[in-house]
Design a protein around this ligand. Structure first.
Ligand code: RTP
Ligand code: MG
Length: 137
């Protein structure tokens, strides 16, 4: 089942020079393709839309501040079961609980600065593609 997913390499990943590493892990999966990719700094309005489900939670404000603290890489990946697949490459939200071999498990220590966002369902993917690449929605 071919799908598309919206991925963000968060500001910590860009600052630490891990863009190539993370994009490479996605690109190397058989038959997956990157179909859009852009470096950009996110403003509050975009982050409010993107993290609408978390508005009001205790971690929301520091999360938005972190996500606006430097450029991110936004990309669309397409291919077989890519939504579940990129979530598996990323590992669980808490990098300390993430297995070595996953992106968060290999490079992260802090829950907030966990390097990557990836859509968690087909509905989220379509909603997030509209936010970041409206021309491709
Ligand atoms: P994402 O949306 O970024 O792919 O991550 P996720 O599904 O694994 O995690 P989610 O629950 O959607 O949370 C979104 C992002 O908020 C930060 N966070 N901080 N307790 C905390 O301090 C906390 N909990 C979540 C993380 O950056 C997480 O990825
Ligand atoms: Mg999430």
């Amino acid at each position: 089942m071919s799908q598309r997913t919206l991925v963000l390499i968060k500001p910590d990943g860009v600052r630490r020079g891990l863009v190539g590493e993370i994009v490479g892990r996605i690109e190397r999966k058989a038959d997956w393709r990157i179909t859009a990719l852009e470096l950009r700094t996110l403003d509050r309005a975009v982050l409010e839309q993107h993290y609408a489900e978390h508005v009001g939670k205790p971690f929301y404000e520091p999360l938005v501040e972190f996500m606006a603290s430097g450029p991110v890489v936004a990309l669309i990946a397409e291919g077989e079961r890519v939504i579940e697949g990129v979530r598996a490459l990323a590992g669980p939200t808490d990098p300390i609980a993430a297995a070595p071999g996953s992106i968060r498990g290999d490079f992260g220590t802090v829950v907030r600065e966990n390097l990557i966002h990836a859509s968690d369902s087909e509905e989220s993917a379509e909603r997030e593609v509209k936010i970041f690449f409206p021309g491709l929605a």
